[in-house]
Design a protein around this ligand. Structure first.
Ligand SMILES: Cc1ncc(COP(=O)(O)O)c(C=O)c1O
Length: 390
């Protein structure tokens, strides 16, 4: 039996008969992560860091343990972890600090494949500092961001390159090491939005060439929270906006206020689940269901799978796709699927720059379906049948 064949009972939220393809917006939570959060809050250890009594020591130990687990999940041998409420909040904090180091003549390269949380914070930082943002464009036909499209915009003026690890709407994964190599050759730093990559592919921040890597645990079976891995020098030297008593080094330097210890307890368990299951098994599970989903949707008249050449177009893709159905708005399709107890998202899903290249309406976007570890072949067939019945 494959490791994920008997996993659904680990997700109490799946109990009510829905086929859940809304994982890219937030997955169901693992039973042991739920327990860890509840246990923490019942334990009496709810305190704060660096005190002189046991509950405070337990807070310190939890933060150390969760940091170590996150470093392991991201394959990091150095650097540190910043815990925050979300990736958007974390990238706003990062770019606010970076903005203090930028000025007229400096450039930041962003991409049209990215979620807006790795685009607009950079635009705001550039507006504040007089720097310029240049947008690398992906190919709307293939859904791929060519390395050259980014590399062509990188030069001596480039200070930062902000690129997605995987598109949150069509799943495609840019060649990060190749992009990072060009960026680093010009002395630029690389920020990877790994929110949609982390649940689907093994991460090794050094091999990928990241200087900063962002991820959110509610996309991988844990609580609502965001984490940034940052290289040591950035962690300690970037001029973070912080209050005076906050630590002057390490991840805590970037933390706005008291950590959500209950979230840390859940993050630790959810990250351990990915490590124990093995990203290789998760990738195989995702790819197989993606292929089945693509086969079903490509076989339906009047359905266009966005930026997909066919059922075998699964390389370098997280198992996430968008489609549109002739004669129906994406919102109507999502409503029809909901009536069949199939949960999907519709719209642009905050990938606002990606809609035009994909030939989609900027607001209506498309229907998005994402495979999670608990997605079964039966779920896939239910989705395809529900679309067919439109
Ligand atoms: C690729 C990607 N980046 C960033 C975000 C924003 O994450 P958060 O909700 O933690 O701010 C999302 C959320 O959907 C996402 O999919």
């Amino acid at each position: 039996m494959a490791p994920l064949d008997d996993i659904r009972h680990r997700f109490p939220g799946l109990g009510d008969g829905w086929a859940r393809f809304d994982g890219p917006a937030g997955t169901q939570v693992l039973d042991t992560a739920i327990d860890a959060m509840a246990d923490w809050q019942r334990s009496g250890n709810n305190a704060n860091a660096h005190g002189a009594f046991p509950a405070s020591h337990a807070c310190d130990a939890l933060e150390e343990r969760t940091t170590a687990t996150m470093l392991e999940l991201l394959g990091a041998e150095s650097g540190g972890i910043v815990f925050g409420p979300s990736t958007t909040a974390n990238l706003m904090a990062l770019t606010r600090a970076v903005g203090r180091t930028l000025g007229p003549g400096d450039e930041v390269v962003c991409t049209t494949l990215d979620h807006d949380s790795n685009v607009f914070p950079w635009v705001l930082a550039a507006e504040d500092s007089g720097a310029t943002v240049r947008m690398a464009e992906f190919d709307g036909g293939t859904g791929r961001l060519a390395t050259g499209a980014v590399a062509d915009l990188i030069g001596p003026a480039t200070r930062w390159v902000a690129v997605t690890g995987a598109s949150n709407v069509i799943g495609t994964m840019p060649d990060l090491p190749a992009i990072a190599e060009v960026a680093h050759a010009f002395g630029a730093r690389v920020v990877v939005d790994g929110v949609h990559r982390t649940p689907h592919a093994a991460v090794d921040v050094a091999a990928l060439g990241c200087d900063v890597y962002a991820t959110s645990s509610y996309k991988w079976y844990g609580p609502h929270a965001g984490m940034l891995w940052m290289a040591d020098d950035l962690l300690d030297d970037l001029p973070a906006y912080k209050v005076r008593p906050a630590p002057t080094t390490g991840g805590a330097r970037w933390q706005y206020g008291t950590a959500s210890y209950e979230a840390l307890a859940g993050i630790d368990v959810a990250a351990r689940f990915l490590l124990d299951t093995g990203m290789a098994a998760i990738e195989v599970h995702g790819r197989d269901r993606l292929r089945r989903l693509l086969t079903g949707l490509h076989g339906l008249a009047g359905v266009r799978v966005v930026a997909s050449t066919g059922p075998d177009d699964v390389a370098d893709r997280a198992p996430t796709l968008q489609f549109v159905v002739e004669g129906h708005t994406p919102h109507e399709v999502a409503g029809h699927l909901a009536a069949a107890r199939v949960a999907v998202w519709d719209g642009h899903n905050y990938a606002v720059e990606a809609m035009a290249p994909l030939g989609l309406d900027p607001e209506a976007g498309a229907v998005r379906a994402g495979v999670s570890v608990y997605t079964t072949d039966e779920d896939v067939d239910r989705l395809v049948e529900a679309v067919a019945s439109l």
